[in-house]
Write a protein that binds this ligand. Structure first.
Ligand code: PLP
Length: 438
């Protein structure tokens, strides 16, 4: 079925593959949300992608707004990335020794980002954040960190922690297998609440190494924070000798080449990257001032390493992608296209008086089935409304539109989404909303 037309999709081949995958992997997947537990049906097994399109094992074609959860800001199978990767892999896949490609990617980033002086490449966002936390602890000599409810920072022990019962409490583990003693070093606070942060700093005076926040929280809905609140976090950390970490695994190279730091005009102490930085290959990074980065081994006492860190093929993909992004007007064009798309959908929703909001920043969007004007905290999300998302998701798939399989996930628009496809997607979204609210 062509993308954008209503037609119940066949999932026969995907279903067979899923049955087989269940024999091999827990839940049949290698990352939990892929299992489609929060939406109807079973996972689609993807065969290939090109531009803004995906094709699954049954030959269904979709306009993709998941974009591998964010990395593919140029769309699938971009010719420049493919060429650079192909050329690189012909010379060998991994050496475990330095290559010029690492310098090239680092130079591209550091020369075009005034918020960083030095960087270290790792292989995932989780690793980047885990290392940034260790750096913050090593530098300050303090153990506790503050994270916010509704922010996701990967699956390292210190960060798989959820809020306890009081306003300022030690976190409780949010996964089996995380020692209570680790969770006790993580303080989980509500977003958009200055009192909570002030109380934490007075209660744990001299013990807090860092506050970590997503550039714009985008893993549990899109919780757009007020710039003044982020500035408050900058001020209070400075005042107490703690560091401010921006986790820019999603926002880095997404809101602009300099990410959320430039979006707010705020200098964090450490920035973490993932997703876009690797052009679709497994790359993460963390960076900071030269002074802070001097704490990292082999220069300093904070140990961090990786067999495949700075892998040449992954570096090649990152270089090719970031080179395109650095081109003048890239973000202006992408963000304008995204705004136009979002505004048209908002007008439709308003005209029909549907109880749904489309939140948006840059080329990131999130459908929330609510009538609230703003959602800034995890607790403001209506969990019951996720039932609407399930129907919406199914209706969209049947019309050739692929969104992340959970109502808490945001959507991404890439440079490969042309006006024609966005027009088709809009029509499919309108029809799906009509179906949902019928
Ligand atoms: N930090 C943020 C803000 C993320 O969005 C993610 C992944 O979605 C991570 C960290 C973890 O990155 P990875 O999945 O590459 O380990």
């Amino acid at each position: 079925a062509p993308a954008g037309k209503k037609n119940d999709i066949s999932r026969e081949k995907s279903a067979v593959l899923y049955e087989k995958a269940k024999q091999f992997f827990p839940g049949g997947v290698n990352s939990p949300v892929r299992a489609f537990k929060s939406v109807y049906g079973t996972p689609l097994f993807i065969e290939r992608g090109d531009g803004c399109f995906l094709w699954d094992a049954d030959g269904n074609q979709f306009i993709d707004f998941c974009c591998s959860w964010g990395p593919l800001i140029l769309g699938h199978n971009h010719p420049k990335i493919r060429e650079r990767v192909t050329k690189t892999l012909e010379k060998g896949l991994s050496f475990g020794a330095p290559t010029a490609l690492e310098n090239e990617l680092a130079e591209l980033i550091l020369k075009n980002n005034k918020y960083l002086e030095k960087i270290r490449f790792v292989s995932s966002g989780t690793e980047a954040v885990m290392s940034a936390i260790r750096l913050a602890r090593g530098y300050t000599g303090r153990d506790k960190i503050i994270k916010f409810e509704g922010c996701y920072h990967g699956h390292s022990d210190s960060l798989l922690v959820k809020a306890g019962s009081g306003l300022v409490t030690f976190g409780e583990t949010s996964s089996a297998g995380v020692p209570k003693a680790f969770a006790a070093e993580t303080i989980v606070l509500p977003l958009d609440n200055r009192d909570a942060v002030e109380s934490a700093f007075s209660q744990f005076s001299g013990q807090i190494a860092a506050i970590i926040i997503e550039g714009i929280p985008a893993n549990n809905g899109l919780l757009i924070q007020e710039p003044a609140y982020v500035q408050f976090l900058r001020d209070i950390t400075k005042q107490h000798g703690a560091l401010l970490i921006f986790d820019e695994v999603i926002t880095g190279f997404r809101l602009g080449f300099e990410g959320a730091a430039a979006h707010y005009g705020i200098q964090p102490d450490i920035i973490t990257y993932g997703k876009i930085i690797g052009g679709g290959m497994p790359v993460g990074a963390y960076g900071a001032s030269a002074e802070l980065m001097a704490c990292i081994s082999p220069d300093g006492a904070v140990y961090q390493a990786g067999t495949l860190s700075g892998n040449p093929v992954a570096m090649a993909a990152g270089i090719a992608q970031l080179t395109e992004l650095k081109g003048s007007g890239f973000y202006k064009a992408l963000n304008a296209k995204a705004s136009e798309f979002v505004e048209a959908i908002r007008r439709y929703i308003a005209a029909k008086n549907y109880k749904v909001k489309l939140f948006h920043v840059g080329s990131i969007f999130w459908f929330a089935f609510t009538d609230q004007e703003h959602i800034r905290t995890a607790s403001a999300i209506d969990h019951g409304s996720m039932e609407h998302y399930k129907v919406f998701h199914r209706e969209l798939l049947n019309r050739g539109i692929y969104l992340g399989p959970s109502g808490y996930e945001v959507g991404f628009i890439s440079a490969a989404h042309s006006k024609i496809e966005l027009e088709k997607a809009k029509r499919a979204i309108f029809e799906s909303l009509d179906e949902l609210f019928r």
